[in-house]
Design a protein around this ligand. Structure first.
Ligand code: FE2
Length: 300
């Protein structure tokens, strides 16, 4: 498989500074530079130069997905496959390469109206990652986490990621009153991207940040409470990726899932299944809330 992992995400929001403060104070990200340096909106989770880039936008959501490809040959194969499927692939500019800190990047208009980038040769940060809150994120071969997108044409997005991008469909979850989620992976992380059918417009459902252990999830839960961040779904454990997690609403509107203990997938033995609920928890906090609601068929 040419795509190795989820490398970075662009976050669009009407209030970039508010989102950055939330990420640093509640999630535990590390800003690349101090306020006013022009680099305070680039946020680290590990040795990568940054994982989140926060930019002004009219509405909140993921604007850009960056997939890390193994090498030049893999990037060439991906570009060719996209072209064969009629996708127009553009070369990144010198300015964009410098911004992403990569040797080379190509991009195209991806599903759910998200600019989709593939890159090789990323520079790693010269300084060690130190979370100001002492958080350790689970990344490495599993990438930075996962992103879940809403779409009125979720099945088209699933087919594109399976047939063109080369992802596996890890499994599907039908929630009695909460919609259908399609989970897709490209490495041992159970899913790096997922799609959920939405009657409304396209958008971002949530992003996962995986932390070292259950206590780190609980400490993030405490910080959310202290900073009066609204919860979207209670603590719980997913049946498919076994993630112990909760969901909170980020200032850009979409959710952030903080979790731990997600199971790793071995492609040699994996069987794709269909789930209808979670092991426990993940109850939507408010009526009509846009959360992943697990066991009681509450709303999505
Ligand atoms: Fe998730």
């Amino acid at each position: 498989m040419s795509i190795r992992s989820l490398g970075y995400l662009g976050i669009g929001t009407p209030d970039p500074d508010g989102w950055v403060a939330y990420a640093n104070d509640v999630i535990g990200t590390m800003p690349v530079g101090p306020a006013g340096s022009g680099r305070e909106r680039l946020l680290r989770l590990d040795e990568h130069p940054y994982r989140f880039s926060v930019d002004p936008a009219d509405t909140g959501g993921v604007t850009r997905i960056g997939w890390e490809v193994g090498d030049e040959r893999g990037l060439r194969q991906m570009t060719q496959r996209l072209s064969e499927h009629g996708v127009e692939v553009h070369e990144g500019s010198a300015e964009e390469h410098a911004d992403r800190q990569v040797d080379r990047m190509v991009w195209f208009d991806g599903p759910c109206a998200v600019r989709t980038e593939m890159f090789i040769g990323r520079r790693l940060a010269p300084s060690p990652f130190v979370s100001p809150l002492g958080v350790t994120f689970v990344t490495a071969d599993q990438g930075m986490g996962h992103v879940v997108l809403k779409s009125p044409n979720a099945l088209e997005a699933v087919a594109f990621y399976r047939d063109v991008m080369g992802f596996r469909l890890s499994d599907v979850t039908h929630l009695p009153m909460g919609g259908t989620f399609y989970f897709m992976g490209c490495n041992p992380r159970h899913h790096s991207i997922a799609f959920v059918e939405s009657r409304k417009r396209e958008g971002t459902h949530h992003i996962l940040c995986e932390v070292s252990d259950m206590d780190a999830v609980g400490q993030a839960h405490d910080r959310a409470r202290r900073h009066k961040v609204p919860l979207m779904a209670t603590l719980g454990r997913h049946s498919n990726d076994r993630m112990f997690s909760f969901y909170m609403r980020s200032p850009a509107g979409f959710g952030i899932e903080v979790g731990a203990e997600g199971q790793r997938v071995d492609d040699a033995t994996w069987v794709s299944r269909v789930y209808t609920g979670d092991i426990w928890g993940h109850h939507a906090v408010a009526e009509g809330d846009d959360a992943y609601a697990g066991t009681e068929g509450t709303t999505r």
